[in-house]
Each structure stands twice: as structure tokens, then as C-alpha cells.
Design a protein around this ligand. Sequence first.
Ligand code: PAF
Length: 283
Amino acid sequence: MKIFKNKKDVITYVDDLKSKKKTLGFVPTMGALHQGHASLIIKGLSQNDYIAVSIFVNPTQFDNHEDLVNYPRTLDSDVELLKTISEEKIIVYAPSVEDIYGDNVVSKSFNYDGLEHEMEGRFRDGHFDGVGTIVKRLFEIVRPDKAYFGEKDFQQLMIIKKLVVKHNIPVKVIGCKIHRAKDGLAMSSRNTRLKPEYRDAAPFIFKTLRTAKEKFGTKSANKVTEWVTIQFAKHDLLKLEYFIIADVDTLKTVKRKSNQKSYRAFIAVYADDIRLIDNIALN
Ligand code: PAF
């Protein structure tokens, strides 16, 4: 398996693939790889000759220094997992902060037509500027034909789609279904940091989303939101940060339902000091 630490080597390797008319898919990650990442890579391999996987904990997208410091960094086991998928068809790019940012570790500023001001954008200052900065940089280095993002970070997926249109980046962005543990918890690198009692409690998030979906069939968005808020207020371990029912195109909170629109419920919850997000399509 090719493992590159340096963007120059990635650029040379990709130049060679392109000269041979090979197609390249891309799965950007922050490492601590799990079955959710594996499912994106497997889908990518079914649609491309090769897959590049970047492993980089991007400092500029963290608004919380402790979260950045504690974010799991597990390159060796990540590579082992990738080898079980394919040794020949996967290229790993695991750069240093310096290789990406030089000595200027700052975000560029992006306008995503308002998508950035909703939900995660409200609660994580500068997050989507950091995401835009790193993803655009990685797209410039890796130059993939297709890139794969999980729907767990649905707002991020919408923002990346907007980014490529606004900046004319020639890549097809493909959203992939949320991969869940058997008990329903959405797969996330942060799950490995949950203490056992919080890991046991965490499936309550998806259970509540499923019931919220059922209720949305007959009740208003406000009533469903009220109901979810009460469920978490009664919960001993999980603390609700937000629950929002939003229009999937604008990500704006729904005021009045319309049959013509598609809606999704989005949630962010603290399990101790670990922040978990999830979402569900409602109609
Ligand atoms: O979703 C993630 O893991 C990150 O936000 C991404 C897209 C790899 C950018 O750092």
C-alpha cells in the first residue's frame, strides 16, 4: 500500500495515474477509521480504479482546543484496516500540519450561501471555514474524479457540494448513507472515546430520532421538537445541544410543513464531554 506523507509525492503519483487514464476516488478522513469509513471506501472502489484516503486531523475546523488535542490519532491501526479492504488500490495521504498549512495554520473564509450559518455553524464557530479550507486544499492535491462523504455530517456534505460548484472544482461529490452500529448509534471516530455507560446510553439518540420521524407524520415540527426536548431533559446522561427539523435544501428550520418539500431532523448531543451528531430523513 502506498502511504504518502508529502503532497509532492501524492501529486507525482496522481499525475502518473492520470497519464494512464485511471480513475481516482477520494475519501477524506480525520483517521480513527471505522466501518463507516470502510463503507465509503468500498463504494468508491466499486466506482473507480483507485481510491485515495487522506488521514489528517485538521486543526482549523476545531473550535474546541481540548477536542482537537483528544481527537484519536491511530495511523497504524487505520492502515491495518485499509489493508483488509485493498493493498493495491488504496493510496493513503497522511500529511503533517506543515505539509498542508506551512507555517500559517489559518482558515480561508467561505460563503456557502447561508448553509454555514445553520446548526453546526451556529454551535461551532469557524468550523465550516476550516472544513472548506482543508477539503479544497485536498481536492487540489489529490484531484479526484469522485469524492465520498457520509450523510452523518449531512450539513458538511451540502457545504462541500456548494464549495465545488462555487469554486468550479471538477469533482463529483457523492453522499453515502449513515453507517450504524447494530444498536443504531451512528458510526463516528468519537465513539471510541465514550465511557462504557455513555456508549450504552448513546443509542437513545437514534431511537429518539426514529420516534420523532413517526410523530412528524401527524404532528407539527414544533410539537415534535418539544417532544424531543422533553425526552432529553428527562435523560440522566445525555445532554441535548440542539434538535432541529430543517428543509433539506436550505437547512433552515421548518416553520410550516409543505408537501412539496423534503425535511430532515438534525441532532447534536453531549455524552459527557463527547459531542455526537446524527440525523434522519423525515419524508
Ligand atoms: O468529516 C470529516 O472527517 C472531516 O470534516 C473532513 C471532511 C475529513 C475534513 O477534515
